[in-house]
Ligand binder design. Structure first.
Ligand code: F6R
Length: 605
């Protein structure tokens, strides 16, 4: 939930750390700090609030080290305050630590240290790590980490400074993301690669319980027994431009407008246009494997769960395989029976979401074959899965997920089509026609985006609206769920999604003349039924907005989709939902890219 960055090299690093934190601010933004090794020891500057508050503090009290760590926080233990901000230091100032994750047994460890006379100054679990490292100091930090890390229960990505080793940066991880960047005479750590793109694209991913020792010349990785480990380096193709706003007022809007390209990149990776077929080895199933599948479970959280639900609809429609989509935080604990003939799919933009990862581990242990759909190369979920399909959405910075969602749905649709083909449910001709239709999606999304001014004008006229419902049936219900989540998280307006036929079983009592009902109708066999449900709410005073490809003469605002296709419709309707959420939030004056109480990557349960 927090962002970490670290540097050691020839340059003064304060600005690099601050810029890196600004890129990571989406991960958490209630307090921030940096620490650097200086001749007099480790200097720390911290501030409650955004990175801009930290900047101000550093302007007043500058520091100029060449080895440093930085942190932007999303509070879990202790309120957002200067004292609880990271780096957390040990009582004699020998050690400073930045941390992402949760130390589950910190209370016991803290009590033991306090009993030995160690004085704590914060409410955080992180301070316990700093104090342990000083208390058990073994002459060098690597040896100390080998002793202390096994004492910790829970998850951590750590950046550590040792006053006795001013040109060395230490890092360690377990279950929380941390990457190493390798530059010319400088090395880096960061929670994700967007913080490093200005400096290097040569990245190395740490594994659980790795200890990294970074000097300007190199990064060496060791296990808990002190044996050096070899870790593969990768070249990342994302560039900094892709991670910047590019003239848009907000990342969210930029990422909504990135979607034609995100879809195009993903389509080009998976579809061979000449053969009009799925490229070999991009979808990790052979015919034998596809025929042997008895069922598929897909689990994910939030927006990724809505993509999972859409995936379920596509798998059942196109591959005719029984499929269920579950919220990962429930699925990881519920009593569902798992069978080794089943496939499990984890969908996660970040590839780090704690509940999705736990669901994946549970199914893997039960003998299911597990597949990851992720946007982040080398993320924990993609590394732990037995197969991985990457969305090529590029970096998604806004907290509200948009382009990752669209590419997730696209990928699950491609997977459903390929499984259908391999199982003989879809013949070659039909397959080609589906793929041809999907290839038209980027241009169709452009058409929807061209309606942004109409969406903006409509949003501006909704000030009297106190209650918003999104309704739809089948796949449209899942789009309704996603549109309603998007609206809630960025505009803080109360919104609900309902299966259109279910509304009249109680909830219709909430409908009055201050209600806006958004009807989504892209699925042919239920299109007319959704129209009838809209008539029902109109008769009770609701204002209507309809998103559909054809038909319907009900009075109200109409956003016409460029196609009637059932597999394209939900994706296109989702784009209208995103634009609507964005413009509603804009007129409410909300902090769109960093909504209150949220963080981009939920690495705690
Ligand atoms: C909403 C949103 C969240 C994420 C969820 C899962 O816009 O972004 O609901 O979708 O936290 O995150 P990932 O996909 O990284 O597992």
């Amino acid at each position: 939930m927090c962002g970490i960055v670290g540097y050691t090299g020839e340059q003064e690093c304060t600005e690099m750390l601050l810029k890196g934190l600004e890129r990571l601010e989406y991960r958490g933004y209630d307090s921030a700090g940096i620490g650097e090794t200086c001749p007099a020891g480790i200097a720390v500057r911290r501030a409650a609030g955004r990175i801009s508050c930290l900047r101000k503090k550093i302007e007043e009290e500058p520091i100029a080290g060449r080895t440093g760590i930085g942190h932007t926080r999303w509070a879990t233990h202790g309120k957002p305050s200067c004292a609880n901000a990271h780096p957390q230091s040990s009582q004699n100032g020998r050690v400073a630590v930045v941390h992402n994750g949760i130390i589950e047994n910190y209370k016991e460890l803290r009590q033991e240290l306090e009993a030995q006379g160690v004085a704590f100054t914060s409410e955080t679990d992180t301070e316990t790590v700093a104090q342990l490292l000083e208390f058990y100091y073994q002459g060098n930090m690597q040896k100390t980490l080998e002793k202390v890390l096994p004492m910790l229960k829970g998850s951590f990505a750590l950046g550590i400074l040792d006053a006795a080793a001013p040109n060395t940066l230490y890092a360690a991880r377990r279950q929380s993301p941390l990457v190493i960047g390798l530059g010319e005479g400088e090395t880096f750590i960061a929670s994700d690669i967007t913080a490093l793109l200005d400096h290097t694209r040569t990245i190395c991913f740490l594994e659980d319980d790795d200890i990294a020792v970074l000097t300007p010349a190199k990064a060496a990785v060791f296990n808990l027994q002190g044996r050096q480990q070899s870790r593969k380096t990768e070249q990342i193709s994302w560039n900094q431009q892709a991670a910047q706003k590019g003239g848009f007022d907000h990342y969210m809007l930029k990422e909504i407008f990135d979607q034609p390209k995100a879809l195009e990149d993903t389509l080009n990776h998976y579809i061979d246009r000449e053969a009009m077929a799925i490229r070999p080895n991009t979808i990790p199933f052979t015919k034998e494997q596809a025929l042997a599948i008895t069922g598929i479970s897909i689990a994910a959280c939030g927006t990724a769960y809505h993509a999972a639900a859409m995936g379920k609809a596509m798998v059942e429609k196109l591959a005719k395989i029984p499929c269920r989509a579950e919220v990962a935080s429930e699925f990881r604990y519920d009593d569902h029976p798992s069978s080794p003939q089943e496939v499990f799919i984890a969908v996660s933009q970040s590839g780090e979401t704690a509940d999705t990862l736990a669901a994946l581990r549970r199914e893997k242990e039960a003998g299911c074959w597990v597949l990851a759909v992720s946007n982040v190369i080398g993320s924990t979920i993609s590394r732990e899965a037995q197969g991985v399909m990457y969305t090529l959405a590029g970096p998604e910075i806004a907290v509200a997920s948009t382009k990752a969602y669209l590419t997730q749905v696209l990928l699950l649709t491609l997977l459903a089509l390929e499984l259908g083909r391999l199982r003989g449910e879809i013949d070659e001709k039909t397959m080609k026609s589906y793929l041809t239709r999907l290839l038209a999606l980027p241009a169709q999304v452009e058409q929807v985006l061209a309606d942004a001014p109409q969406v903006k004008a409509f949003a501006a006229a909704q000030s009297s609206c106190s209650n918003i419902f999104f309704i739809g049936r089948l796949a449209d219900y899942y789009t309704a769920l996603e549109a309603s989540l998007k609206l809630k998280e960025v505009s803080y307006l109360p919104a609900q999604a309902y299966a259109a036929g279910e509304l009249k079983h109680g909830t219709i009592a909430l409908i009055d003349e201050n209600t806006l009902v958004v009807g989504i109708a892209t699925q042919n066999k239920v299109r007319e039924k959704t129209f009838s449900n809209l008539e029902e709410v109109r008769a009770r005073g609701a204002k209507l907005l309809l998103i559909t490809g054809e038909g319907c003469t009900i009075p109200g605002e109409l956003w016409r989709l460029p196609t009637n296709g059932e597999i394209e419709g939900p994706l296109l309707a989702a784009v209208y939902g995103q634009l609507f959420a964005y413009y509603m939030a804009l007129q409410q004056g909300c902090d769109i890219d960093k909504p209150r109480n949220l963080a981009k990557s939920v690495t705690v349960e």
